[in-house]
Write a protein that binds this ligand. Structure first.
Ligand SMILES: [Mg+2]
Length: 126
């Protein structure tokens, strides 16, 4: 089962992602409403998530700063960046996020991107 940590400050979107991803057979192991909370949850999880879904515009700590911190904590962290702010795409990809999804997007698109990231990491690990 692919485990996912959802980082999104919009509670409605957070719930929607959770519901849709569960339906697709993914396991949601945490939800955070800002970057600082995401880091605390990440640290507290005994088994780290296979995938982190990362929003950019959030209070307290944005997605870029949170990504930098998470990858410093665990360089194997696979982050999928999700933002309406296309201007941070280059920056996000340059700091190691696995893919950038522009809001709005379809659940099929998200589903496919998660599967792609998991498949690619298997190839690298083998
Ligand atoms: Mg946001």
């Amino acid at each position: 089962l692919t485990s996912i940590l959802i980082v999104e400050d919009d509670i409605y979107l957070q719930k929607l992602y959770e519901m849709m991803l569960k339906t697709q057979g993914f396991e949601i192991i945490g939800k955070a409403g800002n970057g600082s909370e995401a880091i605390n949850i990440f640290k507290s999880l005994p088994n780290k998530p296979d995938i982190v879904l990362m929003d950019h515009r959030m209070p307290i700590k944005n997605g870029i700063d949170t990504t930098l911190e998470l990858t410093r904590l665990n360089s194997n962290t696979k982050i999928i960046f999700i933002s309406a702010d296309n201007s941070v795409k280059k920056r996000a990809l340059s700091i190691g996020v696995k893919c950038f999804i522009e809001k709005p997007f379809s659940i099929d698109q998200l589903n496919n991107e998660i599967k792609k990231v998991i498949e690619n990491s298997k190839v690298v690990n083998n």
